[in-house]
Design a protein around this ligand. Structure first.
Ligand SMILES: C[S@@+](CC[C@H](N)C(=O)[O-])C[C@H]1O[C@@H](n2cnc3c(N)ncnc32)[C@H](O)[C@@H]1O
Length: 256
């Protein structure tokens, strides 16, 4: 499709790696809503008007996120971490929240690490393809309703509130670095102890998912963990050098 290759040249986003029926439905809906007859005129308008491109990215990437999404899975992660040498004294934990959207996921991880492993030296690299969500994540400011998943004791410990806005406390905020990153194109960081990549693989084709999981596995150091989202588990994890250690959790085991 001509549109797909023009869009790739312009944005670096390869629509062919996303599941086709979903993507087509979203693109066609927006094209029709904005009143364009065909994809050529839609693309021309997009090049001239960044607002159209933003709308398209918003529609395409679905930025929904939550603090403590599926809390029992975060608890399972804490138990596994507690048993590993990653959180032992004197260690530094390097984590990556890939496709972090508006920041709820990396800040959840920061709260969990700070609360469960006091004194642990850690850093969280948090990335997304979408600049707009990253700008909002960097501000670390959330409305009341967005905090519904945050346990009461964490709210008071890790946020400052004013009227109905909650701002991530400076000390926690400093632990997270946000950066733009396209999982289908950019280089991946290396030697990580923990990668959280949730609710993005579901949008990818099987081929793209395979590419991303291979690279995520290569980014982990031996013993490092990969935490994925609902319906994102993969079969034959050993082909990626990963062992499943929980319903949504894998551990890197290098061949002896
Ligand atoms: C549903 S959100 C998931 C947010 C968070 N991980 C969670 O589970 O709550 C999906 C995110 O994937 C991002 N995304 C989509 N394609 C991507 C790509 N190729 N590389 C990096 N991020 C991508 C979107 O911008 C969006 O913020």
């Amino acid at each position: 499709m001509e549109f797909t290759s023009q869009f790739y040249d312009f944005t670096g986003i390869n629509l062919q790696s996303y599941k086709r029926p979903q993507m087509e439905r979203r693109l066609t809906f927006l094209r029709d809503k904005l009143g364009f007859r065909d994809f050529t005129s839609f693309f021309t308008a997009m090049r001239q008007d960044p607002a159209i491109l933003h709308q398209l990215l918003d529609r395409m990437t679905i930025n929904v996120s939550e603090f403590f999404r599926n809390p029992e899975r975060w608890n399972a992660l804490v138990s596994k971490l507690a048993q590993s040498e990653i959180v032992q004294e004197g260690q530094r934990l390097e984590a990556w929240s890939a496709a972090c959207s508006t920041g709820e996921e990396p800040y959840t991880l920061a709260m969990i690490l700070d609360n469960n492993f006091p004194g642990l030296d850690y850093h969280i690299f948090a990335t997304d393809i979408d600049k707009t969500v990253l700008n909002s994540a960097r501000q670390g400011r959330y409305r009341d309703a967005q905090l519904k998943g945050v346990p009461e004791r964490y709210r008071h410990k890790y946020f400052e509130s004013s009227s109905s806005t909650w701002t991530v406390q400076r000390a926690l905020w400093r632990k997270v670095t946000f950066q733009e990153h396209n999982l289908l194109r950019d280089d991946y960081p290396k030697s990580l102890d923990l990668i959280i990549c949730r609710n993005v693989l579901i949008y990818f084709t099987e081929e793209a998912k395979h590419y991303v999981v291979t690279r995520l596995a290569n980014s982990l150091r031996d013993g490092g963990f990969l935490f994925v989202g609902s319906t994102e588990q993969f079969l034959r994890s050993e082909t990626f050098g990963l062992v499943q250690v929980g319903p949504f959790l894998y551990q890197k085991r290098n061949a002896p």
